[in-house]
Design a protein around this ligand. Structure first.
Ligand code: HEC
Length: 145
């Protein structure tokens, strides 16, 4: 347990550092690099929802959302997407992200977790639709690999 917390704190630190660098420099990453940042936030968010840690979970949620917004503003078009990412973000991801945000504001972990699981399905749905061989896991159940 302690080791998991130490490792995830380390990961969060790396992400945070990375994000500061991103914000000061122009984001030159391709979509797959940004997706790797997003999944780190996503997976840690699931773990911290399981720990019922609202502060940390909120911080991770906002980190994930701001990275998604960078992607939305950057990828008007991409060889692997037929509509601007912003359109998919608004339609597929924003509703669940808003639900997690509201639930966390009320320390309502059961609803935050349900919304997280819906979000995870939407990530996977888009990957399946685009033949992206990347499965995103639900980290709230403690059995994800
Ligand atoms: C609009 C469709 C779409 C949505 C929604 C989406 N993705 Fe992706 N994802 C892609 C595409 C397209 C790629 C492949 C990018 C490339 O190859 O340049 C990808 C790739 C990835 C990868 C692999 C990156 C790599 O280099 O191995 C990860 C991880 C990932 N997405 C995480 C997520 C997570 C987490 C979410 C939900 C919060 C999500 N994605 C939502 C379209 C989407």
């Amino acid at each position: 347990m302690k080791r998991i917390i130490t490792i995830s704190s380390l990961i969060v630190f790396v992400i945070f550092f990375n994000r500061c660098m991103n914000e000061s420099a122009i984001n030159n990453k391709d979509l797959d690099d940004n997706m790797l940042d997003i999944v780190m936030y996503h997976d840690n968010l699931g773990t911290h929802l399981r720990y019922k840690d609202a502060d940390y979970a909120s911080w991770l949620l906002e980190g994930m959302d701001s990275t998604l917004k960078v992607v939305a503003s950057k990828f008007d078009e991409h060889r692997k997407l037929e509509v601007p990412f912003e359109q998919s973000y608004n339609k597929l991801l924003v509703p669940s992200i808003d639900k997690i945000r509201v639930a966390l504001g009320k320390n309502d972990f059961p609803n935050a977790i349900v919304a997280y699981q819906t979000l995870t399905k939407k990530c996977n749905g888009c990957h399946i639709d685009h033949n992206i061989d990347k499965e995103i896991f639900d980290w709230t159940d403690g059995n994800a690999h």
